[in-house]
Design a protein around this ligand. Structure first.
Ligand code: KIV
Ligand code: ZN
Length: 509
């Protein structure tokens, strides 16, 4: 058995099902390119049959990525498979990923199908997919709550029908590590033809065991791990890519497994995702949280000074947590900025670099030193947000008076709108003026301000979460002016809600 583990990243599909984590097409391509550069073997780009937007995003990712395989998800029905193939067929390495539920509760209550019918549907789906490509993956949804003999039967049938990868999901995060490892061992032993396929696992984190279950399955013989960046995903999320990778690397003698991941790209990737979806990385998050390499107690600090291995089982450098501090000053040129953008992983066109350069020049007028984080914030703000429905042109806020007021100029679908109003405080005034301008009144569920770097001239980074009816979206904005950063974040969330509205006809998994 090979000791190489295939890393299948589903941030753009299962991750995007995480509440509020909607990404636009440009953002998805940006993240896919980052995953490709980090050495991810398979990128699940989306669920093409879900909506026109999903289809187009998968197609665009398939065109942009050359080194990683691109998977498109499809239910075990012909129209979904046709649509998935249509979206990925031009990828350098396309993969069709089809699935059907196999647990008694899902078959009886959700699908309303008898087990024999489910087996027939799975066989037909895999056969149909295999006419398009030999690279077919089959998933038995809710496998961990399925009856093992039935699971073994359906797996054997889909192998005969042409599946090359068999995925065993712990869809509801119910499994326990030892039991899940035993399930994989059981399948490897009892499924005829098991040696012909790659066994994969896909674990959810409802009991906080997604990474542990994934690792137990790999130890038992699975050779593909389905993961997401920072563990984002449905409900409590999926197994976190960075946790699985660093466990395999740090405990290599125990697992004796290899991956193709460039671990120094882990932190930049998690940070990129956090900036795109507007959700901060929790400080206590394993591997990438701000505290993951911080040592607070005197005894620990003393140990660290004597030998860092006393309290660190991996180095911050290994996960890409060293960053050059000062990069650009007021007089730095366009070339220096271009080099810095490339170092940070942004490939910008000349026109995009020009936009970022102008924004950085403006920022450098207000702020002495421009750090990597400032450049990242500006690139995401100026380049990856251009197709938005609403865009802030100007905002004037009068604070320190009673009542505070805000006047703004907004661009909506290319049209200019002016609005002004009062509020309880300056933030309330700015957000109320936006609501009046766009004619909406979402509920502000969360509002958080961080400084992007240190110093009183640091850019403010504001994260908000808005809810309108059943839909919620997060938004992020950065600016030297904290109220403007808030207004940008608020508009960013409104843009995400508008995108969701456009894609309302999507099917649910
Ligand atoms: O959790 C799950 O079962 C899934 C499948 C579609 C693979 O996401
Ligand atoms: Zn899932």
């Amino acid at each position: 058995m090979s000791n190489r583990v295939i890393i299948f990243d589903t941030t753009l599909r299962d991750g995007e099902q995480s509440p509020g984590a909607t990404m636009n097409q440009q953002e998805k391509i940006r993240l896919a390119k980052q995953l490709e550069g980090m050495g991810v073997d398979v990128i699940e780009a989306g669920f093409p049959a879900a909506s026109k937007g999903d289809f187009q995003a998968v197609q665009a990712i398939a065109a942009a990525v050359k080194d990683s395989q691109i998977a498109g998800l499809a239910r075990a029905i012909q129209p979904d498979i046709d649509r998935a193939w249509e979206a990925i067929k031009d990828a350098a390495h396309p993969r069709i990923h089809t699935f059907i539920a196999t647990s008694p509760i899902h078959m009886e209550k959700k699908l309303r199908k008898a087990p024999d019918q489910v087996v027939e549907m799975a066989i037909a789906a895999v056969r149909h997919a295999a006419q398009y490509t030999a690279n077919v993956e089959f998933s038995a949804e809710d496998a961990s709550r399925s009856e093992p003999p039935f699971l073994a039967r359906i797996c054997a049938e889909v192998i005969k029908a042409g599946a090359r990868t068999i995925n065993i999901p712990d869809t509801v995060g119910y499994a326990q590590p030892q039991e899940f490892g035993e399930l994989i061992a059981y399948l490897l032993e009892h499924v005829p033809g098991s040696e012909k396929v790659v066994w994969s696992v896909h674990c959810h984190n409802d009991l906080g065991l997604a990474a542990a279950n994934t690792l137990a399955a790999l130890k038992a013989g699975a050779r593909q791990a389905e993961v997401t960046v920072s563990g984002i995903g449905e409900r409590a999320g999926n197994a976190a890519l960075e946790e699985v990778i660093m466990a395999l690397r740090t405990r290599q003698p125990y697992f004796q497994l290899e991956t193709g991941i460039r671990t120094e790209q882990l932190f930049p990737t998690c940070r990129l995702l956090s900036m795109i979806i507007g959700a901060p990385i929790p400080p206590y998050k394993a591997i990438v949280g701000a505290n993951a390499f911080a040592h607070e107690s005197g005894i620990h600090q003393d140990g660290m000074l004597k030998d860092s291995r006393t309290y660190e089982i991996m180095t911050p450098e290994a996960v890409g947590r060293t960053r050059t501090e000062l990069v650009l000053g007021k007089h730095s040129g366009r070339n220096a900025l271009g080099t810095k953008c490339r170092e940070l992983g942004f490939t910008l066109s000349d026109e995009q670099l020009g936009i970022v350069f102008e924004a950085i020049k403006k920022l450098a007028d207000k702020k002495e030193q421009i750090f990597d984080e400032d450049v990242e914030a500006v690139v995401l703000e100026e380049v990856f947000r251009i197709p938005d429905k609403y865009r802030l042109r100007n905002l004037t806020v009068v604070a320190g008076v009673d009542p505070p007021s805000a006047a703004l100029v907004l661009e909506m679908d290319g049209r200019e709108i002016r609005e002004a109003t009062f509020g309880v405080g300056p933030v309330d005034a700015a957000f109320s003026a936006i609501n009046k301008a766009v004619g909406k009144s979402p509920v502000l569920e969360h509002y958080q301000v961080n400084a992007v770097t240190s110093g009183t001239d640091a850019q403010a980074e504001v994260m908000v979460r808005l809810r309108m009816d059943a839909h919620a979206a997060v938004g992020r904005g950065a600016d030297g002016d904290v109220i403007k950063a808030g207004a940008k974040a608020y508009l960013n969330a409104l843009n995400r809600l508008a995108k969701k509205e456009e894609e309302r006809q999507c099917v649910t998994l």
